[in-house]
Design a protein around this ligand. Structure first.
Ligand code: NAP
Length: 219
């Protein structure tokens, strides 16, 4: 059975991804800091993993062992609403740790489990787009998502010779804890869109930055 790994799988978009991927018959390794009742019901293999922690991510790699990963979705993320004049730099650092370094740390640690035909998705945000920034603010979030976009572009190039494709995904404005329940899409609808984009990711389009609805996004 093909193995999928999803980070931040206990709630929100990560939980919806895990539910939909298990429902289609994939074996999902659900990486999260703590489990949840809803996650337990999916039947996924739950592994404790904090994406900011080297030892914790090494533990995830150890749990995977030699198993091939067909799909790796780096989904874990945090948002703080930093405003100019009251920026908390520790919070900016935390967002960089989770949103930018987390996906890079996890993808590097699981690199040996990826091979020809594997797909790596990074759930970033259009707020990481410099071209699309018309409203300012959200310093740590925007910086961290722009940084992970840069990492994703390099991963696409570095992993292509091994047959591994990469996609940078914006899930839409989604009703989760992160948005305090506001948004246009449910987590289920966002996950369905993300999975459709992951399904169409190949070496021919590797490295693109795309909305869950399929719209290409500017960097
Ligand atoms: N919702 C939106 O409108 C929206 C828009 C654009 C992009 N996104 C992106 O979509 C992804 C999922 O967001 P969401 O809306 O589902 O948010 P959410 O409901 O707040 O869920 C965030 C998930 O990330 C996990 N997480 C946070 N820090 C972590 C860490 N250090 N290690 C491992 N897991 C960690 C959380 O786990 P805990 O329960 O342990 O905290 C939780 O599972 C994020 O990358 C976010 O930036 C969301």
């Amino acid at each position: 059975m093909s193995v999928a790994v999803v980070t931040g799988a206990n709630r929100g978009i990560g939980l919806a991804l895990t539910q939909q991927l298990t429902a289609r018959g994939m074996h999902v390794v659900a990486a999260c800091r703590r489990g949840s009742e809803a996650l337990a019901k999916t039947g996924a293999e739950v592994v404790t993993c904090d994406v900011t922690d080297d030892a914790s991510v090494a533990g995830l790699a150890e749990q995977l062992g030699g198993r091939r990963i067909g799909l790796l979705v780096n989904n874990a993320g945090i948002l703080a609403r930093d405003r100019l004049g009251s920026i908390d730099f520790q919070s900016v650092r935390s967002q960089l740790e989770v949103n930018a370094l987390g996906p890079l740390r996890v993808t590097e640690a699981l690199g040996d489990n990826l091979d020809e035909g594997s797909v790596v998705g990074i759930v970033t945000s259009r707020m990481g787009s410099i071209a699309d920034n018309t409203s300012g603010g959200a310093y740590g979030y925007r910086m961290s998502k722009a940084a992970v976009n840069a990492a994703g572009a390099s991963l696409a190039r570095d992993l292509a010779p091994r047959g591994v494709a990469v996609v940078l995904l914006h899930p839409g404005w989604v009703k989760t804890d992160m948005t305090r329940g506001s948004g246009n899409w449910s987590a289920d609808e966002a996950a369905a869109g993300l999975i459709a984009r992951l399904d169409e990711t190949t070496l021919a389009n590797t490295g693109r930055f795309v909305h869950a609805d399929g719209t290409p996004l500017p960097w």
